[in-house]
Design a protein around this ligand. Structure first.
Ligand code: AHM
Ligand code: MG
Length: 347
């Protein structure tokens, strides 16, 4: 049976009658915005075929324009909907209030309109990520407090991957569901019900990390990556190494094939200070909820991402995410090796 996204959400709602119809509307508005972004992204990647347009390949400027287009599309689809009390998108300095001409609603949306946008100019998959919370504050207008909730409090999280096909993957706390956009009829069709990280397989799982950052890592991270990439023990797991530099694509592949994605803090920006790159609110937290619901895990290296209390909108975090066994292996390795490395000077 072909199940569309709307059919699926209505069916889900029957199982959880306490959820409001507003939640269904919210997901459908997000899906609608995603279809518009998918259409624009597809046009960008066909530019090199259409040499007559005068451009050999899409440029960095094109990717920035697309990022802006994606942001505006999500805002236009959601601001007037009467479903949200406040929004925040990646890099915005402040939360985005709902314009007084529109009604407000009970939900809070944090989103990354087009993650990995710099990959557009080399025709690599990109994605949008969303995270939905309930309003905490009183009154119609939401505020920072609403956006700064720990990942554990999310009522829904998801991403859209714009690739050979467009997929929307979401969880509302009862399993992870993946839908593929049928380009002919413009509907998201349920193609991946009850997604789970596959069983850990000795030589088949994926390891994803930007090894170009090796010189900027702290000694513990170097030691871990060395151990994974140069296995010495007889029964040590051997991974396939894959990294696109587009978080949604890297996460999505690892969800389907099992394994680990790692983006540790590093000394790249400042040789004296460890910095993380990925955003807690719109990258780590939503993917962490999906990971957990799919039987996986997400960690800062020492703490479950879902338990981190955000203190600022653009807060960054180290991220270790993927199959539970792999994430826990990383955490244990770091804990055990920290004891022997603490007396070493920083490299
Ligand atoms: P962005 O939010 O500016 O697009 O950056 C986030 C992206 C992620 O998609 C990806 O995991 C990471 O940056 C890749 O970074 P790097 O190129 O340093 O490996
Ligand atoms: Mg991003």
């Amino acid at each position: 049976m072909l199940v569309t996204l709307s059919r699926h959400i209505i069916d889900q709602q029957r199982k959880f009658p306490q959820t409001s119809g507003k939640f269904i509307e919210l997901l459908l508005q997000i899906a609608m915005a995603a279809k518009m972004v998918a259409y624009e992204v597809r046009k960008a990647s066909i530019l090199d075929v259409l040499g007559a347009l005068g451009k050999a390949t899409p440029t960095l400027e094109d990717s920035q324009k697309l990022d802006t287009f994606a942001r505006q599309t999500f805002v236009k689809a959601l601001e007037p909907s009467g479903l949200l009390c406040v929004m925040w998108y990646e890099e915005a300095e402040n939360v985005i209030h709902i314009s007084p001409q529109f009604p407000t609603g009970p939900y809070v949306l944090n989103f990354d309109p087009l993650d990995g946008a710099s990959n557009i100019d080399v025709n690599v998959s990109v994605g949008s990520i969303f995270s939905i919370h309930r309003q905490l504050s009183k009154g119609e207008k939401g505020n920072d407090k609403d956006c700064l909730q720990p990942g554990r409090k999310q009522v829904c999280a998801g991403y859209i991957i714009y690739s050979t096909s467009t997929m929307l993957v979401y969880t509302a706390g009862s399993g992870v569901y993946g839908f593929t956009l049928h380009p002919g009829i413009g509907e998201f069709i349920l193609t991946h019900p009850e997604m789970k990280f596959p069983q850990v397989k000795k030589n088949r799982n994926i390891f994803s990390v930007n090894v170009g950052n090796y010189p900027y890592w702290e000694a513990l991270t170097k030691r871990y990556v060395d151990a994974v990439m140069h296995p010495t023990a007889k029964n040590q797991k051997i991974y396939k190494y894959r990294y696109t530099g587009s978080l949604v694509a890297d996460f999505h592949r690892n969800l389907l094939q099992g394994g680990l994605f790692l983006y540790p803090a590093d000394y790249k920006k400042d040789p004296k200070k460890l910095d993380a790159k990925l955003h807690l609110l719109v990258e780590a937290s939503p993917l962490a909820l999906i990971a957990e619901q799919a039987g996986g895990k997400a960690s800062t290296g020492s703490e479950n991402i879902l338990d981190v209390q955000p203190v600022s909108l653009n807060q960054r975090t180290p991220l270790v995410i993927g199959s539970k066994e792999d994430v826990e292996h990383y955490e244990n390795f770091i804990r055990e090796n920290a004891r022997t490395l603490f007396s070493f000077p920083k490299e």
